[in-house]
Design a protein around this ligand. Sequence first.
Ligand code: HEC
Length: 110
Amino acid sequence: MLRLLAVFFCSAFAVAAPPGPAMAQGSTAELGKGRVLVTERCGGCHAILPSRVSRHGDAPPFAEIVKRYPPEALAEALAEGIEVGHPDMPTFEFSEEEVLQIVAYLKSLE
Ligand code: HEC
């Protein structure tokens, strides 16, 4: 438990900074929650699982997005409300905890 807390706090502060060692190892529980989150909030348009086709023709699959942007770079955008500058994609805001979960999931796609 103590270790988990430590990982959480270290990664929370690492969000805007270059990834530290704590950020590199997300827990499996975190990853699972992240997958649920992106399935619910992003899956309507983006392909969440590798080897799937996005439902929205213009939305790049997540496996493609993590090739373009390192998940750490997306973390900040997710926390502040992602805006990619096109009308089709809504603006999201996630808590720090949710961001860490999403990043853990995205890392699993790399
Ligand atoms: C209503 C549909 C929709 C939803 C829901 C949606 N997106 Fe998107 N997203 C798009 C579309 C369409 C694009 C492509 C925009 C473009 O290229 O102009 C896009 C692009 C992106 C990009 C930029 C890719 C690039 O190369 O610039 C990121 C990052 C992204 N989405 C993340 C997310 C995340 C994370 C979620 C869930 C929290 C999400 N999107 C939910 C439709 C959606």
